[in-house]
Design a protein around this ligand. Sequence first.
Ligand code: DGP
Length: 115
Amino acid sequence: MPSPDCIFCKIVRGEIPSKKVYEDEHILAFEDLNPQGPTHVLVIPKKHIAGLKEASLDDAEVVGRCHLAAAQIARDRNIENGYRTVLNVGPQAGQSVFHLHVHLIGGRQLSWPPG
Ligand code: DGP
């Protein structure tokens, strides 16, 4: 179900502008508004899923597609020497937008463990 107040659903509908990186029938990738590295792209399912803990088996394919799109974007940007795909799950992990999104962050040295 589309969520009328969800900002990422609004981006999917074109009601909020975004710098689109990739789009197909199932997913959308766009530049993060507050980039944490030279590459910081968000990959989202077009379908509203609040987050990973709300995803069901029916969502397995689209969650996989989000990750594979992130890998392709990393390939296209020549950052395969090291990048990170991250899902923040829940407020304590820093999730602030409750529409599932994969962060693709790269193009710089990444430390481990993350904060
Ligand atoms: P998280 O904290 O994991 O829920 O990540 C949400 C990300 O979404 C955060 O890095 C900033 C980004 N963001 C929030 N609002 C917008 C927006 O309107 N446009 C874009 N491009 N990114 C947004």
